[in-house]
Structure formats: structure tokens, C-alpha cells
Ligand binder design. Sequence first.
Ligand SMILES: *Cc1c(COP(=O)(O)O)cnc(C)c1O
Length: 390
Amino acid sequence: MKRDTVLGHAGRENTGRRPVNPPLYRASTILFDSVADYRDAHRTRLGPDQLYYATFGTQTTFAFTSAMAALEGGYGAIAVNSGLAAIIVTLQTFLHAGDHVLVPDSVYGPVRIACDGALRDQGIETTYYDPLIGEEIGSLVRENTKLIYLESPGSITFEVQDVPAIVAVAKSRGIPTAIDNTWATGYFFDALALGVDVSIVAATKYVAGHSDLVLGAIVSSEKYFARLREAVASLGYSASPDDCWLALRGLRTLGVRLRAHEGRALRVAQYIAGRSEIDEVLYPALPGSVGHDLWKRDFAGACGLFSFVFSSDIADSRAIAFIERLELFGIGASWGGFESLVLLLRLGSRPGMSRTLTNWESRGPLVRLHIGLEDPDDLIADLDAAFAEI
Ligand SMILES: *Cc1c(COP(=O)(O)O)cnc(C)c1O
């Protein structure tokens, strides 16, 4: 089935008298009819969608995870309490004291904080690599490299990685790979089909789509599923069935929303690219932008999140004036909801926002936009007024 059909039908009961949507089951204890059945549930608890104890999930959780597994083309999915938790527990599944991990320099900031902090303290060493490294990543692999982590496009600067080239190197060395697939989701980027072992999606963003919850999903091939499931359970991560229920409702419209975000974002990006105040638009879907060719080769579409860099003669104070003049763009973190957002980001001056392999200090202020579902004419008029202000 095509992706849109999957989104409409996955995670639902298909026979019997039933409501369209699965009911919301909240629980702690799950009850069993016999000791034998309880023991059976314990034995099978590391499989996908197994009712055992509610930290593993309820039927509502499993409606969501089975739909996420279908979207990403995986064997199963695990829901955890945030996108960041989904990433960290994945790293903790594959990495132990004395191990080494390769992480792109454009990684989501809080992951860098964890790698340079908690994971380092646990004896796990991180090497940051140029996200555009491609097959050259082989030169960074060590004997103790236990995971190659990817995020494409990268956070804030949107570098598109050559995922097939990196996966080929990882496979030849027998190293598992995991990717942060939040920007595209399985709807636009088929990470597991390209050979990545684990696809992580912050459902907080487009899957939920309404800026009203925080949730993460880990989707994997069969090979690593039980290991991930065990790590999630043993470290005490779980997800609220309420959040899973809402995220599943969001998932039903993910396709139409993503297409709408993409069309609007492209129009706005084209407008910004024509402004004299800016140096560069960082949006792989924009023809002529860095990474456009790889994006075109590997992605089926783009979401509404991109950045632009002011020319270097624009001071931070003018960028701040620009942002504060905007009326339709809220100032705030996260993205993927129906509403437009703006953030001023200076790479290098804040922990976790840094790049260690490239120098962003010498460039103009960087502004990240999330293009929501408003009419793009209104968004462009708002941006036009803000450019005029500075
Ligand atoms: C927001 C985000 C996350 C983390 O998601 P939370 O649910 O907010 O923890 C992970 N990766 C990327 C690329 C993100 O933008």
C-alpha cells in the first residue's frame, strides 16, 4: 500500500463492531486469567506490541506503535516519553563503557550535550564527523566503533547526508546505524528501506502536528528490536497512552499536512532567497541550495522547517528587530505544528548549538523558520514588513 493509505488504516481494528479510532486505555496493572498466561506475557514481553505491564504500553500505545512501524517500514516501534529520550536510549542500547560512536557535527543540539556529558561520563567516546562525509566515514571507524549515528538533514543547518554511502560502509564493517528521521519521517524518507537499522522520530513534531504533546518513537528492523525493547524497559522509559492516542490522531493527517507545509515553505523560501539582506537559504528542497541533489535522489518531499543566514553585515540586533517585528511567527523551540515559528540561532556561542568542524562564527545571524499552515501570501507579507523594518 502507498504511504497515505497506510496512514489511514494502520493501527486500527479491521473486523467486528468497532469505533473508527481505538479507545484510550490508561493503565498501570494489566490483569491475566492465569499464572500460565502471566508467565507467557513475561516471556514474550520484548516483542512488538505485547500487553504485559503498562510501562511497556497499553492497547492505545500499540495502536500508535504499530502505525509508526508501518509508516517507517519497520518490524516494530517503541514509544517513549520524548524524541530526545528515544535517541538517548537508542545510543545506550548500542554503546557501553569503552565504546565509540560517530555522530554528525550537525546533530540535534541536546544529543551533543548528552554525548559530551552523560555518555562521556559513562565511558562512551564520540567523534563528530562532517555530515557531508559520505563514504569517507570509513576512515573514522575504529575497532571499538559500535554505532554510526545519522541525522538528515542536520538540525539548524540542514545538511543532507549520503545515507546509502554511509550505510554501505557500516554494513561492510558490521556496525549498526541509527538515524534521526524527524524532519522527513518515513513519509518522505525511507530510512529502513535504505538499510538503516533504527529510525527515530520525535512524534512531538509533525506526527502529533498540533504542538500539544511530547513523544518519541524508535522503529527498527527485527534484528535489533528485542535489544531496544529491553533497554527501554530496563532504563524505565515509557510513554503516556494519552499522548500516543493524540499522536495517532495526528498521524492520520500527516501526509496531507506535510505536503501542505512543503508547498508553503517552498514559496516562502523562494521569496527569502530573493532578498538582498540574506546570504543563503538552507532548505534542501529549494533548487540550487546545498544538498538539493542528494535530497532529490533520496527524499520524496520536504517538511516546512528551514533556515536562512543573514549577510555578515547584519548585526544580531537587526536580526532580533526583524524577528520581533514578525506578527504571524511565534518565537519558540520545537516545530511541526500547524503554526509558523521563528528562532534566532547563533552557532558556536551556546553549548549544544555548536559546530566543532565548521566555523559559523564568521557568518551573519542564522534564523530558523517553521512554515505552518497559514496562507503563504500572509506569511510573505509579514516577512516583507520585517525586512523593511531593518
Ligand atoms: C525536537 C527534536 C528532537 C527531540 O524531540 P523532543 O520530543 O522535543 O524531545 C529530536 N530530533 C530533532 C531533529 C528534533 O528537532
